[in-house]
Ligand binder design. Structure first.
Ligand code: GUN
Length: 171
């Protein structure tokens, strides 16, 4: 079975600022962009995204766009979602429906998201983002701001906020 390092090499993945590794696999540059309140965007973008046993957490962040997540290979990935109304939702993206794992997870824009490798060596997924991903549409979670937004979930917020804060270098 391929290991985390095999996937990093085969897919030329690079460290992501959220944690884990990624590479963009598609952007809809064959059609006109669409207007969003924050500017023009591709209609759709997609990435491969990998969590590994040495980089197992996708830290808290918020996107404006809707994102579909698809599990491809390896171990399950647990998602924590915090909705604007304060509701906490979890889902496990993986290959075993007998354990309640799902192959696909939709996260609407405006929902805070953190993810972590549930067990094992690695989990490989894809994300399809519409309107297309732009860094200007992403906010990385700052512990104090997020705990103020979600006072009932302080431990969960702090557990998956990036050590050193969002301004720390990726890697
Ligand atoms: N998260 C979801 N899509 C993307 C992307 O295209 N680039 C980056 N850096 N992060 C993403």
């Amino acid at each position: 079975m391929p290991t985390a390092q095999d996937w990093i090499d085969a897919l030329a993945l690079e460290p992501h600022v959220e944690g884990g590794y990624f590479r963009r696999t598609f952007q809809a540059d064959h059609r006109p962009p669409i207007a969003t309140p924050a500017g023009e965007r591709f209609t759709l973008t997609s990435i491969h995204y990998l969590l590994t046993h040495w980089s197992p957490v996708g830290h808290w962040h918020l996107n404006r766009s809707d994102i579909l997540h698809f599990h491809h290979h390896g171990d399950p990935v647990t998602y924590h979602l915090l909705h604007p109304d304060g509701r906490h939702e979890t889902a496990v993206l993986g290959q075993d429906p007998r354990r309640g794992e799902v192959l696909t997870l939709a996260v609407p824009g405006g929902v805070w998201k953190a993810s972590h490798l549930t067990a094992g060596d690695h989990g490989l997924i894809s994300e399809a983002v519409a309107p297309g991903f732009d860094f200007a549409d992403m906010t990385l979670g700052r512990p104090d701001e997020l705990t103020a937004l979600f006072p009932d979930h302080e431990e969960l917020v702090r557990r998956y906020c990036r050590a050193g804060g969002p301004d720390a270098p990726a890697g």
